[in-house]
Design a protein around this ligand. Structure first.
Ligand SMILES: [Ca+2]
Length: 200
């Protein structure tokens, strides 16, 4: 059986501009075919790479590569940070290449490949796509005090809907987890808070 590599993202729901994403790669090597291998990850252009693990891996500005003189299963990881405000899906590509008794083989990395851009509800100041009690309270307090800085671009008549959406998300789940179903920049006068929905 061919060797394989599988990718997962943390957080899995999508990326938030400026917030790091941890990428994990689980490799399974077939020692009857492979004696040595390379894992390569081509990440979205412009993203910053850090915390490459194990540290023998190297970022060349376009991809991260690891070279191993064995056929040992591993968990590899790195942190990828989008450079700033972005829109649209971020796409990864990767391979695991082996050589040994089975000759040269190259397999496409499986698992997750794409992260959509996502925006947190403005009450979610921690930007972790989870509505916490302190976040809801602070947001509601800012609403009651007409704190315009907390509602940039949101007209007075729409603010109550944003507050109600934040509280509904908080009440719906113990962990407050929610998702962003919108596809455009939300903070403007026409945005509607229904784009943020508690995860079912
Ligand atoms: Ca939060």
């Amino acid at each position: 059986m061919a060797s394989s590599c599988t990718r997962t993202f943390t957080p899995p729901y999508g990326y938030v501009a400026g917030q790091p994403v941890t990428v994990e790669l689980d490799t399974v090597l077939d020692g009857s075919l492979a004696s040595t291998h390379i894992v390569e990850e081509t990440y979205p252009a412009g993203w910053a790479i850090s915390f490459i693990t194990p540290g023998s891996g190297s970022d060349n500005g376009t991809s991260v590569r690891w070279f191993f003189l064995d056929a040992t299963d591993r968990t590899l990881s790195y942190v990828a940070t989008p450079p700033g405000p972005e829109s649209g899906p971020a796409v990864w590509d990767g391979t695991i290449e082996t050589d040994g008794p089975g000759g040269y083989q190259s397999e496409t990395t499986g698992g997750e490949t794409t992260l959509d851009d996502t925006w947190p509800h403005p009450a979610d100041t921690g930007e972790d796509m989870a509505m916490g009690s302190a976040e809801v309270l602070a947001y509601a307090n800012a609403f009651l005090n007409n704190n315009d800085a907390v509602f940039p671009g949101i007209s007075g008549g729409s603010r109550a809907a944003y507050v109600l959406r934040a509280s509904a998300i908080f009440l719906a789940r113990f962990d407050g987890a929610y998702e962003d179903l919108g596809t455009t920049e939300p903070i403007d006068s026409t945005a509607h808070p229904a784009r943020w929905q508690s995860i079912p």
